[in-house]
Design a protein around this ligand. Sequence first.
Ligand SMILES: Nc1nc2ncc(COP(=O)(O)OP(=O)(O)O)nc2c(=O)[nH]1
Length: 266
Amino acid sequence: MNLAPPILMGIVNATPDSFSDGGRFAGQAGVEHGTRLAEEGAQVLDVGGESTRPGAAFVPVQEEIDRVLPVIEGLKVRSDARISVDTRKPEVARAAVAAGASIWNDVSALTFGEDSLATAAALGMPVVLMHAQGDPATMQQEPRYGDVVGEVLTFLRARIEAARAAGVEQVIADPGIGFGKTLDHNLALFRSLERFQEFGVPLLMGASRKRFIASLDRDGAADERLGGSVAAVLRARAAGFGWFRVHDVAATRQALAVWEASNDAV
Ligand SMILES: Nc1nc2ncc(COP(=O)(O)OP(=O)(O)O)nc2c(=O)[nH]1
C-alpha cells in the first residue's frame, strides 16, 4: 500500500465549551496554540468556533465568525500551516476563507446549510465530509443503526456524489467517530476502516481524546486519553487513512514516524 505522507490537522478550538479544551484558546491564545501546533508538525490547523460535542448548544453565525476570524487572521501571520475552518455554516466558511482558510471541515457533510453545496463549489477548496447521526445537541441520546458501517458508508458515498455533482473537486471523507454512535458503533467502524478505501478519496480520522477511549480504559478524563488517541491514529493509518485531526500533535507525529519506519508495507 503506497501511502502518501500523513497529514496532521492540529485542533484549535476557539470555543468556551469544547469537550477537552474549551475556553483555553480563544483569540490570541488560539493564535499562540495554533502556532505551537504548527511548530510541532501540524500541516493543517483546524480552527473551530462551535463545539460539536454531545449536548452542545447552537452558536449563532456572527458569534461563530467573531470567534474564528481573529484566530485565523493571527495564524496567517504567524504560521505557514494551512488553515481549515471547522464549521457547519456556509456563512462562517465564506468569512473564514476571506480571512485565509483554505479547507472547509464540515461535520454536517454540507447538509446543514441550504447553500452549503453551492458555497463549497464556489469557494473551490477541499471539503471534509464527515458522517454524523443527528445534531450535536441530541445525537448521543439513543443512536440506532441496522448496520452502522453500511449506513455510514452509504451516507458518505451519497455526500461525495452530491459534492462532486455540485462542483466540489476535492473531498476528504471521515467516519465521524463519536457523532451519534455508541461505543459498539465506534468499534464496529474501527474494525472496518479498510472499507472506506472504496471511495478513492483521502480519509480523515478524528478520534482524539474522545469518550470511547475512556470507555475502554479507566474512564479517564479527556486529558488522560493520549495513549488511546495515538492508538486510534495508528489503527486508521494501518487502514490507509492519511489525515489525522488531533489535539496532541507532537506525540502523534512521533508515533507515526516510528510506525511508518517499522512498517515496510506503507
Ligand atoms: N472532521 C472532523 N471534525 C471534527 N470536529 C470536531 C470534533 C469534536 O472534537 P473537538 O473539536 O475536540 O471538540 P468540540 O467539538 O467540543 O470542540 N470531531 C471532529 C471529527 O471527528 N472529525
